[in-house]
Design a protein around this ligand. Structure first.
Ligand SMILES: Cc1ncc(COP(=O)(O)O)c(C=O)c1O
Length: 367
């Protein structure tokens, strides 16, 4: 299979698997137990916390391990005081949009930050949000569909000057571009392991010590009392190892992915009626969201699947009706054109030969 869907998930790096295995079998102790078996597990979690902290430039005490990016996003929004205001960008992942809508139903004021035609949050949206002065603003660092990278550092410095707290979902950015928590100027940041060649079901919320986190899960008091539940030791160890590798190999991976993306886009430029969405702005080095005139994206996805090529479509399924990608619609793309979208997201093991095969099959399918 030619796997071109690394923004959905990445394969586990062999070195990560190797780091995890002892904690699935040999060192199975509960990290809260005081005897040696427990202490080994607890110390492995401490190492993983340091590895992740080093990747994003924070102290290890600023990291809460969660079950993934979704939980980290929900935990970030749970910091809101009752009935305060919340603003989120219009292109957020459902794991921000859905809890935000739920909070709205509980009486919080919810506003949306609009994006322009290239998928960037507008200065006007920032000005509007400053006037509204919500308690928290959530803006993703890089979009999962288009790969568009926002200038979070700039927005955050403007919002901070007005006492507004910022959360950024950096799930897609991590491991692909530098992610430095302090340089971004956010108060809270969500991360996920399975997007960086780590295991699924593990993530983290990074927090500024000035923010009072409120737990969603209460119980045994793990993770500084902010995320109770016996830790998923092997997954956390894997996330730590994946973070260490991402830190060491970031520059190399960036060059490799960008080279491959340029190669892909060059090949795509020969396909008639093809549009690359947000093609003119800074994007993740691995992501291309494209559409071919009058070609349904989901249909193309299924046809490519029959050729053993895995890509993703941008459309979401709501109550059995296929909706165009809300991200593209927020960018002002015509809903009919938005339904043509497919996303290609490259990974470190992809090759030029795979891209050549993909383009060959794509041309064959569209005739
Ligand atoms: C931008 C973004 N945020 C959050 C998530 C959710 O992360 P997880 O799958 O770890 O819950 C994803 C997953 O696709 C994502 O792309």
């Amino acid at each position: 299979m030619i796997y071109l869907d690394h923004n959905a998930t990445t394969p586990l790096d062999d070195r990560v698997l190797e780091a995890m295995l002892p904690f699935l079998k040999t060192f199975y102790g509960n990290p809260s137990s005081l005897y040696r078996h427990g202490r080994v597990a607890s110390s492995a979690i401490a190492t993983a916390r340091e590895q992740l902290a080093a990747l994003v430039g924070v102290q290890s005490g600023q990291i809460i391990f969660t079950s993934g990016g979704t939980e980290a996003n929900n935990l970030a929004l749970a910091t809101l005081a009752p009935k305060t205001g919340l603003a989120v960008s219009a292109i957020e992942h459902p794991s921000i949009i859905e809890p935000a809508l739920y909070l709205k139903s509980l009486g919080h004021e919810l506003s949306l930050l609009n994006v322009d035609a290239s998928g960037l949050i507008t200065q006007e949206a920032i000005d509007d949000v400053i006037a509204l002065k919500p308690d928290l603003v959530s803006m993703m660092l890089a979009n999962n569909e288009t790969g568009v990278v926002q200038n979070i550092a700039d927005y955050a410095s403007q919002l901070r000057a007005h006492g507004i707290r910022i959360h950024t979902d950096a799930v897609q950015a991590l491991g692909k571009i530098p992610v430095d928590f302090n340089r971004l100027g956010a108060h809270l940041m969500s991360l996920s392991s399975h997007k960086i060649y780590g295991p699924k079901g593990c993530g983290a919320l990074v927090f500024d010590k000035s923010v009072e986190l409120k737990p969603i899960l209460r119980g045994g008091g793990q993770e500084q009392g902010l995320r109770s539940g016996t830790e998923n030791v092997a997954a956390i160890v894997g996330f730590g190892k994946a973070a260490e590798l991402a830190k060491n190999e970031l520059a190399e991976r960036h060059v490799q992915l960008l080279k491959l993306r340029v190669f892909l886009e060059h090949g795509l430029s020969a396909v008639s009626g093809l549009t690359i969405f947000a093609g003119q702005v800074e994007r993740l080095p691995n992501t291309v969201q494209m559409g071919i005139d009058e070609r349904d994206g989901e249909m193309l996805l299924m046809q490519l699947d029959q050729k053993s090529i895995a890509v993703s479509s941008g459309s979401a399924c709501a109550s059995g009706i296929r909706e165009p990608s809300p991200v593209l619609v927020a960018m002002g793309v015509d809903p009919v054109q938005a339904k043509t979208a497919i996303r290609i997201s490259l990974g470190v093991s992809n090759t030029e030969a795979e891209i050549v095969e993909f383009i060959k099959q794509l041309k064959f399918l569209i005739g």
